[in-house]
Ligand binder design. Structure first.
Ligand SMILES: [Zn+2]
Length: 577
């Protein structure tokens, strides 16, 4: 029997495998009462303030342990392809999970329940003339593939409903034993809502009117909800103390979460449409089972994705959805992620081609800036004077602004704005006068490790007299007498025109200037040349160059170690100036 203080071997092994240690007791320290009876938990303060649906305000996010913060995420009901409405919620929470891990050093143990038996699955399987299990298996794999394609990190563990039926039955027995549920002659088990008193409604504030019940309902009260449903003809079922049947929807998540995390859950997430009745009922079930005042400490809800101009959220039942697979035929997962980051995870967000294109252009602007910054660092981008001190200051300021934004309920729009502002200012400095081809290089920045500041060469085809002091150029007669060849500490592709390998299929992807693809007389095989830069007043030894010990005052030297087309090795040290 699955109990708060007497978990079976299975849950304990699972907890151990997840690094969660012993099962926590049902009672815990509370540092004070806040809001609507919410208990601020004891533990590790992450430094983040998070909007908590339980209190409807931003609370300090305090988790049990920075090494293993517990997070339960409601997973999919696997009866069809995932659409962008689902994806939006999972991507937004993936962003939050990464922020907590990478920015605030909080290791997350995430459990996700997979609903692999329910009315929709049974109905769809009947329509397709397949078993509910095979249908669920197909769409569970589809869901995982879609999430991977969107770069959503998988949870620490997925737990399927059908593989936890004995635990669910034990959980229901525990709730009945604690006086909060009852079974009926028809083989159903219901949660007795009146037994909760005014503790029901933590999320929604008041108990909404129940939906109209059929006249033959065996509930004691119309608002009571099912924990166990008696089997209907031709439906999949499991044996239980109340007869053949299957679990209700809400009890799955309560059981699976408690199975791993016991009576304390740090974070619970899901779409806003799950707040009622699903999460409200999860809370009632768990607190009734664990006999505790507060089971989940923070409930995070994501806003809906709407099709622009429409009132309704994107959903399968409204047939206004775009599948993840179709979306990814047009846009990249990074575009969708940036689209998600440009709004608060809590807000409703409009989907349209226009909003996606805006995200795409922002992403392109960021990529172009990074490319320019790298080109500048390598000396390929020749621009006016760059105030690097100012840029370092802006970078420091941006780091602080981003962290402050993320600590304020994961304010990703403000963080994106801060980064785009840095890019805007950086672009103002990196105004190119000349952008050289990749094989022409002159490191310009003193921040490039091991490279001396140098004057810009006026022309990419340098001769000895025009080679400026400290520049990192080499004329190379091996492929063109007048070509200047770039040197750096990276590996550079090199070409040999030995003439002995006519018809070689190993043509390099990039060719030196003036050597078109497949031209006669250029038949050598590509090989790689490791070029190590150094600067000394006398030729360094090969070993000093290899270890990088010979840097960086005085003249520049280069050591080359070549693997030629015939497999011969050459090693030499050349003075560059
Ligand atoms: Zn759930």
């Amino acid at each position: 029997m699955l109990r708060a203080c007497g978990a079976g071997v299975g849950p304990q092994l699972l907890r151990a495998a997840l690094g969660l240690g012993a099962w926590p007791g049902p009672e815990r320290a509370a540092s004070g009462t806040r809001g609507q009876g919410w208990l601020q938990p004891a533990g590790h303060d992450t430094g983040v303030k998070v909007y908590n649906s339980l209190t409807r305000r931003k609370d300090p996010l305090i988790v049990g342990s920075a090494d293993a913060a517990s997070w339960y995420s409601c997973g999919p009901t696997v009866y069809d392809h995932a659409h962008l409405g689902h994806a939006c919620s999972y991507v937004r929470f993936d962003i939050i999970r990464r922020i907590l891990t990478r920015v605030f050093g909080c290791n997350i143990i995430m459990v996700m329940g997979i609903t692999d038996v329910d009315d929709k699955i049974i109905k769809r399987a009947g329509e397709m003339n397949v078993s509910p299990a095979s249908l669920a298996n197909l769409y569970e794999e589809n869901f995982k593939q879609d999430m991977a394609a969107l770069k959503v990190l998988p949870p620490t563990v997925y737990l399927r409903v059908t593989e936890n039926i004995p635990h669910i039955i034990s959980f229901i027995e525990g709730i009945i034993a604690n006086g909060h549920a009852y079974s009926t002659a028809q083989g159903n088990v219901y949660f007795d809502l009146r037994s909760r008193g005014d503790r029901y409604g933590k999320l929604v504030g008041a108990v909404p009117s129940p939906a109209a019940e059929p006249v033959d309902s065996d509930k004691r009260h119309p608002s009571d909800f099912a924990l166990w449903k008696a089997a209907k003809p031709r439906e999949v079922f499991w044996a239980s103390p109340w007869g053949n049947g299957r679990p209700g929807w809400h009890i799955e998540c309560s059981t699976i979460s408690s199975l791993v995390f016991g009576s304390r859950l740090d974070i619970h997430s899901g779409g806003i449409d799950l707040a009622f009745p699903h999460h409200e009922n999860e809370i009632a079930q768990c607190e009734a089972f664990h006999q505790c005042r507060q089971w989940g400490n923070y409930f995070l809800h994501s806003g809906h994705l709407h099709v622009k101009g429409k009132e309704e959220k994107m959903s399968k039942s409204l047939k206004n959805y775009i599948t993840v697979k179709d979306f990814l035929k047009t846009f990249s997962p990074d575009v969708f992620r940036l689209f998600c980051m440009r709004s608060s995870y809590r807000s409703a967000v409009d989907y349209s081609d226009g909003t996606m294109l805006e995200a795409k252009h922002l992403l392109l602007a960021a990529a172009a800036f990074i490319e320019d910054a790298r080109a500048y660092m390598k000396g390929q981008l020749v621009c006016g004077p760059v105030g690097e001190g100012l840029l370092w200051e802006r970078l420091r300021h941006t780091r602080e602004a981003v962290k402050a934004a993320l600590a304020d309920d994961f304010d990703t729009p403000a963080a994106v704005d801060a980064v785009m502002d840095l890019i805007h200012r950086g672009n103002g400095q990196l105004q190119a006068r000349t952008k050289r081809p990749f094989w022409v290089i002159c490191p310009r920045s003193p921040v490039v490790p091991g490279v001396l500041p140098c004057s810009a060469p006026s022309c990419p085809t340098l001769n000895t007299s025009s080679r400026p002091s400290g520049s990192l150029w080499q004329t190379d007669s091996s492929f063109q007498a007048t070509a200047a060849r770039p040197l750096s500490t990276a590996w550079w592709r090199n070409w040999y025109g030995s003439g002995s390998r006519s018809g070689s299929s190993r043509w390099p992807a990039e060719r030196p200037p003036g050597r078109p693809s497949g031209s006669s007389g250029w038949t050598g095989s590509p090989c790689w040349r490791r070029v190590t830069l150094c600067a000394r007043t006398s030729p360094p030894t090969a070993s000093a160059l290899r270890t990088g010990a010979a840097r960086p005052r005085g003249s520049c030297w280069v050591r080359t170690a070549d693997q030629g087309a015939e497999g011969s090795r050459h090693s030499s040290v050349k003075a560059l100036h």
